[in-house]
Design a protein around this ligand. Sequence first.
Ligand SMILES: O=P(O)(O)OC[C@H]1O[C@H](O)[C@H](O)[C@@H](O)[C@@H]1O
Length: 285
Amino acid sequence: MTLSLTPQRSLSPCCRLMKNAAGLEFIRIEHPRARALLSLLGGQLLQYRPAGRPELLWLSGQAVLDGSKPIRGGIPLCWPWFGKASDQGPQHGTARLGHWQLEQVEEDEHGVTLALLFRDGALQLRQRLRLGSTLTVEATTTNLGVEAARVQLALHSYFAVPRVADCRIEGLGPDYRDSLKDCHVSGDDRCRFTPPFDRIYTAPRSDTLLHAGDRVIRLEHKAHDSLVLWNPGPALPADMTDAAGFVCVESARLRGPLLLPGQSTSLALHCRFEPLESELVSAAG
Ligand SMILES: O=P(O)(O)OC[C@H]1O[C@H](O)[C@H](O)[C@@H](O)[C@@H]1O
């Protein structure tokens, strides 16, 4: 998707602050190792394309970009809760609807590092993105209050794929909660899916391989306790016209922890395209 954005100012040689017609701010990154776009609404990476590779992330052509809704696509952060709130708060928390502060931009010949901050009451969420030939997202919650708090976090990544029905995923683990059928399933190691699906894997591996047509994406998760797998199939949300081009594989911490005052907890995801067969052959030859 091409967004109509107006340049505002340079943040570093490869990073530029942009604005859209609704006044939302974005950071465009054009580095020899990767091109990317991040929205300060939601602190959300929307596009990321390492040099010589396809776009990693899916962004809906119907995404609402005026701040009235979360942006559909990229890597929204569900925080400080995932799903419906018990107290009428917004689905998936406040971070994806909030304006984030850009704390730091650094770059070198290998890529760009962005540090971003969001606060909701006594809870603080820091996000560090490293964008080069691979992508690392690290999110750290800190409890700045005087009472213990239970916090959930999910990196709700929309991975772009040629066709979701042809995908295979390894490393999900055998046990999941099927949110559509409202039941628990154990010992299911199948790695093919037919949309719609909405599952929370409760014993995921630390590495996940997403085989998607012409590409294999390796995901390395750190400190996750769950993986959410979602595609709505034909019953589409209003801000989506076609769901065949993505699969959500969401690294998540859904079972706590209880954060005492002053404590922090982190969740991280590292993504990279596996080398193509032709590259392995030429490296060997
Ligand atoms: O439409 P949203 O609020 O962005 O939620 C999109 C989806 O997020 C997660 O993947 C949940 O498991 C799904 O149940 C939900 O439909």
